[in-house]
Design a protein around this ligand. Structure first.
Ligand code: SAH
Length: 353
């Protein structure tokens, strides 16, 4: 970090109000500043607060909006990929996808990742550091400012494991939901995790109606542990039982991500096993959780050597799931011409350096 001061963008309205009172300023200034900050206006450009207050803010807080290091726009579908530079020079990626129901941003939660999933580009160099609430929010504010259109949905599926940066992510969720700020409803926010069971239980108690997405990628412990080290800590059965508790507690359905890797986890036998284990842990005679599996042919990362499943294998896998009452969709790939998959742009930039 460039300074030890707290980040202005991480402050809630109440925290700003308290600061105003402690610093002999009018309380209403807090909301005025908050609203402008969340529209991407720097405190030095706020014309309605006066030079004196601007100076005081500078003395108490640091302010930095992620800066566009690189911006790629897909000629195929309009997907926009950003490489953002943070205050300390680290870079993260965000992707804006244009859907009929509005713009969705995929944001990063950490610089790098320490989860070690074997197929993933983001984890190769390990975790450098967590992103602060200001940097999580900053990606949304900066991207919205840059594209000049409202962003209405957020998915936390970029670089990093959001539940490994728990407190900052929770603070961010509250900030981004704030009416005076970006006002993005919890139901329009998805959080993806590789399966930190203790944190999923904590999240359940927050009572935030966000959508949880589980990166499952395998139907049994042997297959899953071979590609996702986190599975050695919490196995498939414990993870799925936690999902069931999460659904029972929040009423929010959970979606499952399944990356198809040729010869590793993509056989019809794997699909049958997956349907069986999902049905066994998530469905009973008395309650039925809607189950949705997102199938994603693995994005090939040079370093991993994993190959994606061919079309026939993907179709057969989906068919086997559907036959057992599991809804399966194959993820439409957006921005294929701009290398829009997570972590690959940051790695390319690091290699260049
Ligand atoms: N750490 C979180 C979120 C980041 S990754 C998680 O694990 O869920 C977002 C999704 O992309 C996860 O489902 C992850 O497993 C998947 N993913 C990572 N690398 C991939 C690759 N090379 N091809 C396809 N999906 C990948």
């Amino acid at each position: 970090m460039n300074e030890q001061k707290p980040a202005l963008l991480a402050q809630s309205i109440v925290e700003l109000e308290n600061w105003m009172i402690e610093n002999g300023e009018a309380k209403y200034r807090a909301k005025q500043i908050f609203e402008q900050l969340h529209r991407g206006i720097s405190p030095d450009d706020m014309s309605n607060i006066g030079k004196k207050l601007q100076e005081k803010l500078r003395a108490s807080f640091h302010y930095h909006l992620p800066e566009v290091e690189l911006k790629l726009v897909s000629a195929i579908d309009g997907t926009v990929k950003f490489l953002f530079a943070l205050a300390d020079g680290n870079c993260v990626e965000s992707v804006v996808m244009k859907y009929e129901h509005g713009n969705t941003i995929c944001i990063s939660s950490q610089v790098g990742c320490r989860m070690g999933c074997k197929f993933c580009a983001s984890t190769i160099g390990g975790r450098v550091r967590d992103l602060g609430p200001d940097e999580l929010l900053g990606q949304v504010i900066a991207a919205q400012k840059e594209i000049g259109e409202r962003i209405s949905n957020i998915v936390m599926m970029g670089i990093g494991e959001p539940l490994d940066n728990y407190d900052n992510v929770i603070k961010f969720l509250h900030l981004v939901n704030c009416e005076a700020g970006l006002n993005i409803g919890y139901r329009h926010i998805s959080l993806s995790t590789c399966g930190l069971v203790d944190r999923i239980k904590m999240l359940m108690e927050e009572d935030l109606p966000i959508t949880l997405s589980i990166s499952l990628h395998a139907p049994d412990d042997e297959t899953r542990s071979a590609i996702m080290p986190i599975n050695n800590r919490w196995g498939v059965a414990e993870l799925l039982d936690t999902c069931r508790a999460y659904f029972a507690h929040t009423g929010r359905k959970i979606s499952f991500e399944y990356t198809l890797i040729a010869g590793k986890n993509d056989s019809v036998e794997n699909a049958n096993k997956l349907a069986k284990v999902l049905n066994a842990h998530l469905r009973s005679r008395t309650e039925t959780m809607p189950i949705h599996v997102n199938l994603i042919p693995v994005n090939e990362v040079a370093e991993t050597g994993f190959k994606k499943s061919n079309k026939a294998a993907v179709a057969a896998f989906a068919k086997a799931l559907e036959a057992k009452g599991i809804r399966a969709t194959v993820r439409r790939k957006l921005g294929s011409d701009i290398n829009a998959s997570c972590g690959q742009l940051r790695r390319a930039a690091m290699k260049k350096d």
